[in-house]
Design a protein. Structure first.
Length: 174
C-alpha cells in the first residue's frame, strides 16, 4: 500500500471521529445533561432521586430585624449601574427604585417592563423582594433583569431595608 492510500485511510478515520465528537457536543447542548435526574433500580422498580433538592427560602422578616441600612447602601452600589435610588430619579436600564417597596410589580408607568413582569399581579413586599433577589430570572421567568442574584440572606435583608428607606412613608416592617 502506498503512503497516499494510508493518508486517505487515516484522514477518513479522523474525519469520522471529528463528526462523532461534534454531534456529541451538539447533542449535549440540546439535551442539557446537567438537568437529568439519576435513577436507581431497586427490585426492578425505578426510584428517581433528584440531584439537588430545592431549598425552601427562609422568611426575611426575622432577618430584617438585624439588618443594617448602611450595609444595604453598600450592596446597592452593585445596582447603581442599572437603577437610580433618588426621589424623581430617571429610569436607566432598569426602573428607578425610589418607593419600590409595596409598589405593584411592573407598575412604574414611566418604565417599559418585560411582558413577564407586567403579568405579575403582586406588590413588591418584603418576601417578594427576597425571593426575586435570590435569582431574578427564576422568580420572574422572562424578566429583562440580567443580575444573577444575592445568595446570602443577610445581604438581601440589608438591601431590602435600604430599599424600604427610599420612600416618603416607608412600609411597616413585618
Amino acid at each position: 500500500m502506498s503512503s497516499f492510500e494510508i493518508n486517505k485511510i487515516v484522514g477518513a478515520i479522523l474525519t469520522v471521529a471529528l463528526v462523532v465528537m461534534v454531534v456529541g457536543i451538539i447533542g449535549d447542548a440540546l439535551v442539557n445533561p446537567s438537568d437529568k435526574k439519576a435513577a436507581v433500580v431497586v427490585a426492578s422498580a425505578p426510584v428517581v432521586i433528584a440531584k439537588k433538592e430545592q431549598k425552601k427560602l427562609e422568611p426575611i422578616g426575622p432577618i430584617l430585624a438585624k439588618a443594617d441600612i448602611e450595609k444595604g447602601k453598600k450592596i446597592a452600589k452593585q445596582c447603581a449601574s442599572c437603577h437610580t435610588f433618588n426621589k424623581g430619579g430617571k429610569n436607566k436600564i432598569g426602573p428607578a427604585l425610589w418607593s419600590v417597596v409595596d409598589r405593584n410589580m411592573g407598575g412604574l408607568a414611566s418604565y417599559k417592563y418585560s411582558s413577564a413582569m407586567k403579568a405579575m399581579k403582586k406588590k413588591w413586599g418584603y418576601e417578594e423582594l427576597n425571593a426575586f433577589m435570590v435569582k431574578p430570572r427564576k422568580y420572574v421567568k422572562g424578566t429583562k433583569m440580567a443580575y444573577v442574584g444575592l445568595k446570602r440572606a443577610s445581604d438581601r435583608a440589608n438591601l431590602i431595608l435600604f430599599l424600604r428607606s427610599l420612600s416618603s412613608s416607608p412600609k411597616a416592617l413585618p
